[in-house]
Design a protein around this ligand. Structure first.
Ligand SMILES: Nc1nc(=O)c2c([nH]1)NC[C@@H]1CN(c3ccc(C(=O)N[C@@H](CCC(=O)O)C(=O)O)cc3)C=[N+]21
Length: 282
């Protein structure tokens, strides 16, 4: 038996086609959405991600505003760029690519929460906890959307999330336990004593630990859906948290690359379009 693919690359293409129509409708109302990015330093991975986001935008008619700063940029210099983008009317929303090596909490907090396309501003994470609407974090929402678009049932499912990071694991537990999703979530992490015992019960496993191959075939319930969110580089190649043998046991697997990564970009585009549509209504 081999698992079916949760195809993030194909789903990104579908979502882009849907969003292109909404962008065209906005343009008829005289609104052109604009995405800003702030990149600090010259990490090749970060440069690739930011480049991909702007390419996506160009394809669907979203304007790009790109601010690349040298690795020597100070906290104050990055904050000045954030202030500039907060004030820029052509910038619908923007993000500061992580990691910056600077005080990340201060940077996140300085972004106008209404322009926070990452959904990581303390106000927006607070809204998520409180059940209020607002921009949502792209990677965990992308993981949920990937399951939904492949018909994997979330309501009633036992979900094991491995990883408690700010951008994936922690918000994913909050998202999946909302009434609208109705999953039961166990949040595992490096302090979990017996990871295998938890994963074995899961209908859906989300591996976001950043430990190559941490999810092995013997841990997975036959037929389960396994999402590989971990990104490590082993010998220059992207390597996920899911061991390749898991494909023989699981019902669904999201590959890595071409799984949740492209979905993160899809949800970023979706957040931008939603902010622009909200401004069109007001
Ligand atoms: N403020 C901020 N917002 C982010 O959303 C953010 C960030 N910082 N820092 C880094 C992470 C990582 N991230 C990815 C985006 C796209 C892919 C992606 O599309 N990957 C492709 C190609 C992978 C490759 O070949 O390198 C794939 O999975 O198929 C992956 C990872 C966004 N992040």
């Amino acid at each position: 038996m081999t698992a079916q693919t949760l195809d993030g690359a194909a789903t990104l293409r579908t979502i882009k086609a849907e969003l292109a129509q909404r962008v065209a409708a906005l343009k008829e109302q005289g609104i052109t959405p604009g995405l800003g990015t702030v990149l600090v330093g010259d990490d090749p991975g970060s440069q690739w991600y930011v480049g991909a986001k702007h390419k996506d935008c160009a394809e669907i008619g979203i304007t790009s505003i790109r601010r690349d700063l040298p690795a020597t940029a100070t906290q104050a210099e990055v904050e000045a760029v954030i202030d500039e983008l907060n004030a820029d009317e052509g910038c619908t929303g923007f993000l500061v690519q992580q990691p910056t090596g600077l005080d990340e909490f201060a940077l996140l907090s300085r972004v106008d929460p209404d322009k926070d396309v990452d959904g990581l501003h303390p106000t927006n994470l607070g809204k998520l906890v409180l059940g209020e609407s607002g921009p949502l974090p792209c990677t965990p929402v992308g993981a949920i959307e990937l399951l939904r678009r492949h018909g994997v049932q979330i309501a009633g499912a036992e979900v094991v999330v491995v990883g408690r990071g700010l951008t994936v694991g922690r918000p994913l537990g909050l998202l999946l336990t909302r009434r609208s999703e109705n999953a039961t979530v166990t949040l595992c992490h490096t302090g979990t004593v017996d990871l295998a015992a938890h994963v074995r019960h899961a209908d859906i496993v989300v591996a976001a630990a950043g430990v190559p191959g941490i999810i092995t075939a013997d841990m997975v319930k036959p037929g389960a859906a396994v999402l590989d969110v971990g990104v490590s580089r082993v010998d220059g190649k992207v390597t996920g948290d899911v061991h390749p043998d898991v494909w023989d046991v699981a019902g669904w697997v999201s590959p890595n690359p071409k799984g949740v990564g492209p979905m993160t970009r899809a949800m970023l585009l979706s957040n931008i379009v939603e902010i622009a549509e909200k401004s069109a209504r007001s």
